[in-house]
Design a protein around this ligand. Sequence first.
Ligand SMILES: *Cc1c(COP(=O)(O)O)cnc(C)c1O
Length: 403
Amino acid sequence: MVCAGHGPWLELADGRRVLDAVSSWWVTLHGHGEPTIAAAIAQQARTLEQVIFADFSHDPAVTLAQRLCRAWPGLDRLFFSDNGSTAVEVCLKMALQYWHNRGEPRQQLVAFDGAYHGDTFGAMALGARSLFTVPFDPLLFAVARCPCPATWWGDDTVEDREQSALRHLEQLLETPTAAVIIEPLVQGAGGMAMVRPGFLQQVARRVRGAGALLVADEVMTGFGRTGALFASQQAGIEPDLVALSKGLTGGFLPMAVSLARESIYQAFVADNPQHTFFHGHSFTANPLGCAAANASLTLLNDHPERYQGFADRHRPHLQTLARLPGLEHPRLCGTVAAVDLRVSQPGYLHQAGRQIQRACLGEGVYVRPLGNVLYLLPPLSMNDEQLEQCYGALGRAVQGVTD
Ligand SMILES: *Cc1c(COP(=O)(O)O)cnc(C)c1O
C-alpha cells in the first residue's frame, strides 16, 4: 500500500520509503507530487474541470495543442484521447481512413518484431503476439512484421542485422502499405530494445519511398525519456503520425494525443459525412489533463538539462553493473538504462526478475524487470545519490541470483 509520493520516493503504509526506479510504469516524468503540476491541476479544477469537447473548446486545450504542434514541425494537427492505447488506435484509424477517403484503400500494416503498442484490440494487433495476446490471437487482424535489429554496447553484429531487416522491410513494402509503426529508439515493453538512429532513418526513407505513412509510437519515449524532447527528432526522422501519452501530463492524469500532418487532416475535411473521423471519448481534452500537460511542458522547457544530461549520469553506474557475471547486453538511451540477465529461457515470466524485484525492494528500491531484462527508468528528479542507491541494490540483487 502506498500513501504518498514525493519526487522519486514512494511512501508505503508500513512507514518504509522506496525509490521509484521505473517512474511508476514510465509515466512519472519529473517526480511524484511535482508542486507546479499539482498547483496547475488544483487551479484548473476550480475554473473548469470538464466540458463536452464536441461543440466547445477551451484555453488549456488550445494552449497545449499549440505548444505540441510547435514542438513537432510538420505536424500541425492533433487529436485528444485518454491513454497510450487509444492514441495508437487513433493513429491507426486515421492512417486507414486516410487511404479510404482518398479512394485508394490500402490494407497492409507493418510493425516490428517485439513491438508493444497497447492492450486495446487494434493496438494489440499491431504489437507482437505474446503471452498477453494468446486468448485473442484468432481475432487479431494480420500485421506484417519486420525484424528489429536491437543493439547494445560492444555489439558487432548490428550492421548485418540492420541490413537484413531493411531488406525484409523492402520486400514487405512491395505490397501497398497503409502505415508502418515504430517505437523510435527504444521498444519499451518488448524489453527495452534499442536501435540506432541510422537504422530508423533508413526505415523512414523506405517507408516514404513506398508512399506509406510512418507512425511513431512515442507513448514511452516522448517528453525527454530518450535524452531529447522526442525520440523521433533525436533519431532524425519525420513521422506522419505520432502517439503521445505516458509522460504527457508529467504522469499525473491519463491523457493522450495523436499528432498528424496537415495533409492527413485535409483528407478528412469534406462535405461528405463519410469522410468524417468518427472517433471520440467522453473525456476528450479533459481540462485538468491539459493543465497538467501545460505545466509539465513548462518544466521541460525550463530545465532541458534534466533530461539531456541523464545518460551521462547513468553511464558510469551501468558500466560497473554490466561487469557482473551473468549480465549481458548493457544499453543506454537517455533516462533508460537496461541490461539482460543471461538465462537459458528468456521471457516475461522468467522467475529471476521476480527474485531481483524482491531483493531490491528489501533495499528500498522499486524495480520491475521485464522477465530477464533489468532496467532503470527513473523520474528526472532522482539525484545522483539516489541513482547510486538504485544501482547498488540492483547489483547486489543480481549477485544474489547468479551466485
Ligand atoms: C504503455 C505503452 C502503450 C499503451 O499505453 P497505455 O496508456 O498503457 O494504454 C503504447 N505504446 C507504448 C510504446 C507504450 O509504452
